[in-house]
Design a binder for this molecule. Structure first.
Ligand SMILES: N[C@@H](CCC(=O)N[C@@H](CS)C(=O)NCC(=O)O)C(=O)O
Length: 225
């Protein structure tokens, strides 16, 4: 088996690719990396696995690649990702790419900043680093600006983000939003369309969605309802 996949299920893009690989039936060498233990911070990881010292990443027959969306496109170009998840039609693919690019610079980054401040930094510092209420409120407002867009714009008139069929764009976004449960933010409580959409995505991806989210559900205290 030539494809090695490095991931931590605590990472939204790593969960996303894990789900996509499983749904696509792609065989891979399982290479979990424990971020909270700093396994990505070693010289060996930097020199031999991923020079950016992040997850997810792959090594495919010696070819090292990071960045989840680049990995998705690489595997798709190899014909490994089914077209119903990532279309090869020019216009359909462009629509999915538009959504993926939008997510990276808005939804994913603002949710990640909120998650870091509310849960990750306090956890890593053993409770010593706590965000001020003002900082947390600012980060929450920025995150909610993008959640509003998902609710009112992306899901305005369709079941999924890029139409009435689930694509990789939905899986990327759903994994980002599930992460906020760890930070005790209940996206389902405030956003009815997002709540219904998350249910559809989870159902369409299961059993792989629940498998990838086992750590999130555990830390978050329960499975989503
Ligand atoms: N844009 C990248 C994000 C990669 C990333 O930031 N990964 C995080 C986990 S979500 C990581 O490995 N963080 C470890 C660190 O920064 O020390 C992608 O989509 O793959």
């Amino acid at each position: 088996m030539s494809l090695a996949y490095y991931y931590d299920l605590l990472s939204p893009p790593a969960r996303t690719l894990h789900i996509i690989l499983k749904m696509s039936g792609v065989q891979f060498e399982d290479c979990p990396v424990a971020l909270l233990k700093g396994e990505h911070m070693t010289e060996d990881y930097k020199n031999n696995i991923n020079r950016f010292q992040k997850v997810p990443c792959i090594i495919d027959g010696g070819f090292k690649l990071a960045e989840s969306i680049a990995i998705l496109r690489y595997l798709s170009a190899q014909g490994k990702i089914p077209e119903h998840l990532y279309s090869k039609n020019l216009v359909e693919q462009a629509r999915i790419d538009e959504c993926l690019e939008w997510q990276q610079t808005t939804l994913a980054s603002t949710c990640a900043l909120y998650f870091r401040a509310k849960w990750l930094e306090p956890t890593l510092s053993g409770g010593k680093t706590q965000p001020s209420p003002e900082k947390l409120e600012t980060l929450k407002t920025r995150m909610e600006t993008n959640l509003d867009l998902v609710e009112k714009l992306w899901l305005e008139s369709s079941d999924f983000l890029c139409g009435n069929q689930m694509t990789v764009a939905d899986i990327f976004a759903a994994c980002v939003l599930e992460q906020t449960r760890i930070a005790e933010y209940d996206v389902r409580a405030q956003y009815p369309k997002i709540r219904a959409w998350l249910k559809r995505v989870r159902e369409a991806c299961n059993p792989y969605f629940d498998y990838a989210h086992q750590t999130v559900y555990k830390i978050g205290g329960s499975e989503p309802n």
